[in-house]
Design a protein around this ligand. Structure first.
Ligand SMILES: [Zn+2]
Ligand SMILES: [Zn+2]
Length: 185
């Protein structure tokens, strides 16, 4: 936890990434069970997910994808600003397990989908204000369309996972070795 630069008491950035990957990628699983698991893994009130809300979560994942694909900071900012005008926001301090005292961004009586939209939007906006687009993007591995957000201190990530980083490094190593072998042959 101490190595995280953002999202203390909030896993909203990680939740946004998981949702975008679940609903917008070729390998993604956007089933109700998978979405419930994303909510549980990221400490949202997953028990409150109703079948009627599933499509609005999928829609939100599709809405956030262009943010991760944006190449210009102001394009990303405009996208987030536009959403912040449309999503009901009413920041207030809440106190509940497992987080203790922390911010809520949606109006107090909001249901889960609105709370999720408001929280993911705010945390992505904070990340962008602090780090520009240097912490988010689409995985650099060939053939992978997952998005990622790097909230580590080092902040040098370009891949969605260790698996993609390793696969790419192995491929680069083989390519280098081939060039050397060709020269020495
Ligand atoms: Zn809360
Ligand atoms: Zn990847």
């Amino acid at each position: 936890m101490a190595t995280q630069i953002t999202g203390y008491k909030s896993k909203a950035v990680a939740a946004a990434v998981a949702l975008v990957n679940a609903v917008t990628t070729t390998e993604g699983d956007d089933s109700e069970d998978a979405l419930r698991e994303i909510l549980r893994d990221n400490e949202f009130f997953w028990q409150q997910l109703e079948t009627g809300d599933v499509e609005s979560f999928r829609e939100w994942g599709r809405t956030l994808r262009p943010f991760f694909e944006a190449e210009e900071l102001m394009d990303a900012a405009e996208l987030l600003n536009d959403l912040m005008l449309r999503i009901p926001m009413h920041p207030h301090i809440s106190n509940h397990e497992p987080h203790g005292v922390h911010m809520h961004y949606a109006p107090p009586s909001s249901r889960l989908p609105d709370r999720f939209r408001a929280a993911t939007l705010m945390k992505l906006s904070e990340l962008v204000c602090a780090y520009g687009l240097g912490r988010t993007g689409v995985c650099a591995a060939d053939g992978c369309d997952n998005v990622y957000a790097d909230t580590s201190k080092a902040g040098r990530r370009r891949f969605c996972s260790e698996a993609c980083a390793n696969r790419t490094n192995v491929a680069a190593f083989r390519a280098r070795k081939r060039t050397v072998d060709d020269r020495t042959a």
